[in-house]
Design a protein around this ligand. Structure first.
Ligand SMILES: O=C(O)C(=O)C[C@]1(C(=O)O)C=C[C@@H](O)C=C1
Length: 282
């Protein structure tokens, strides 16, 4: 005779298991805090401004996505880890997030809260320039500004040595229905060794800029353009991947009929990491 299948566990037993897991996770988070306490001395965070380490974070977020499986949505896992990492950045060296809300206040606030949580203070500004200026005056604050459009060439102030720089592009993990999808640059002062240089961002001033030149350049690089009355041209913020180079972009600009007045490196960030809707990574 076949044996009866074992009785399913009771609700009480399953809740006991959940309690044990919750307690384990909480204890692990507290243990993580103890390690961060030791890491503060090793990193000497107070000396370099922000404790934010963009290269390390981009790497951690990619691994998280690659590891993830099961019924818990990726959005949830990503947001939990964003809050964990950002809050542990904050406890190392307190900072505020200055967001330019002129693009879209709700979308910018969602991005700030998704990526930095609620413990980190959020300060709204009505222009990118104001958000970046607030960061320039601070030691380790962060600015969030649109990565795809601008009414002012806010990046010109990043040209000076010692000025804050673009250090990351959010979201770290892009996908079609990301809950905080607004493409955003993070501007701050961090240690040079913490920068990711996969994509370099240049401030380029040109004269003779027009829609045709913009179209010719668009397959080569991502460009944010703002009219520059001083040069009768445009102030450009150009993001260049390893597949291209500033020299190639300059040659393409000249071929298209523009003249390049000045160039300056204003930051860098990790390669955009995309998860297609199927779940396979690219
Ligand atoms: O690895 C570091 O340098 C840390 O400060 C730790 C940590 C984290 O909580 O994991 C926090 C902030 C950094 O941006 C990256 C990671």
């Amino acid at each position: 005779m076949s044996q009866r299948p074992p009785a399913p566990p009771s609700l009480q037993e399953l809740r006991k298991e959940i309690d044990a897991i919750d307690e384990g996770m909480h204890r692990l988070l507290m243990q993580r805090g103890d390690i961060i306490d030791r890491l503060i001395q090793v990193k000497q965070t107070q000396e370099v401004g922000s404790a934010f380490r963009p290269a390390r974070e981009a790497d951690m977020m990619r691994h998280l996505v690659q590891r993830h499986r099961g019924i818990l949505p990726l959005d949830t896992v990503e947001s939990i880890w964003r809050v964990i990492i950002s809050t542990f950045t904050y406890v190392q060296a307190p900072f505020s997030v200055h967001a330019d809300v002129s693009v879209s206040e709700p979308a910018m606030r969602d991005s700030a809260r998704f990526h930095f949580g609620f413990t980190v203070p959020y300060v709204a500004h009505f222009s990118a320039q104001a958000a970046v200026e607030a960061v320039a005056k601070s030691k380790g604050d962060l600015a969030l500004v649109s990565a795809t459009s601008s009414r002012t060439p806010w990046w010109l102030t990043l040209e000076e040595a010692g000025a804050p720089k673009i250090i990351a592009r959010l979201p770290f993990v892009e996908r079609a229905d990301h809950p905080a999808a607004l493409p955003v640059f993070v501007v701050s002062r961090v240690a040079d060794s913490a920068m990711v240089t996969e994509v370099e961002t240049f401030s380029v001033r040109v004269s003779g800029w027009n829609a045709e030149i913009a179209r010719a350049l668009s397959p080569l690089a991502e460009i944010v353009a703002v009219p520059d009355t001083a040069f009768d041209g445009a102030a450009l913020l150009i993001s260049i991947t390893a597949a291209s180079s500033l020299d190639k972009i300059k040659a393409a600009l000249i071929d298209a009929g523009a003249s390049v007045r000045s160039t300056a490196l204003v930051g860098s960030h990790a390669t955009r990491y995309t998860v297609p809707p199927t779940g396979t990574k690219s």
